[in-house]
Design a protein around this ligand. Sequence first.
Ligand SMILES: [Zn+2]
Ligand SMILES: [Zn+2]
Ligand SMILES: [Zn+2]
Length: 269
Amino acid sequence: MKLHILGTAASEGFPALFCRCEHCLKARQLGGKNIRTRTSAIIDDTIKIDFPPDTLHHVLCDALDLSKIEHLLFTHTHHDHFYPEDLNMRLPGYAHGVKYPLHIHGNDAALAKCSQTLKKQNEHVKLHLLKPFQTHQIGDALVTPLLADHNQIETCLLFHIKKGNTSLLYGHDTGWFPDETWIWLENTKVDIALLDCTNGNLQEYRNHMNVNAVIETKNRLQQSNVLSDQSKVYVTHFSHNIGLLHEDLIQIFQPHDIEVAYDGLIIKT
Ligand SMILES: [Zn+2]
Ligand SMILES: [Zn+2]
Ligand SMILES: [Zn+2]
């Protein structure tokens, strides 16, 4: 599996769009891995997870060919993951030389908004409803949406994605996993886990995880043999409010054998 991480910030970006706090000023000055955009990832060039407002930026900076994307999966409809207006650029008149249909998979809120926003559909876009804990064949991957603890009025999802010999846990934006998700996970294997660390050293771990919740999650997955000795755990989706630069995050997570994701990171198995 080739997992291309396109964005690693929380909804405001890092440095945040309009912010002049000392951490955002420092990130602007340092650049490099301290520049974080809104989140998305691509699996083997063909399956994309989430479609943030920074997508054109990702296409330009990472030299992406989005025409190869056959399936688009949505975790939830917060704007940093979900900007369906730009999906109109995938339709005739704006996109030449692309294959149809584009398959869009998501919860009912995501599909309803896509249906409302996309100007043409039928043969160009197919909408597929994802139900938690049901395994769906998507291209040559097996995708099981799991429940997150993120927004009490939306069925927010994280994904277990098995493709070839590799299983990915895409954990964005999750909070501490609900019991049903733990029970499902404890019967499976994960080679790459990407975990939400929006809250950094803040106390809160509901809606979004913090450092301690990430470490506890990794330990519990290891104790249940979901993670093997070869498995890799990455943290992502950082808010400027935590005041941690890339190097600070590395210092926190290195002793726990957890890697800090950054924009443009490519993970290969
Ligand atoms: Zn988010
Ligand atoms: Zn700031
Ligand atoms: Zn969210």
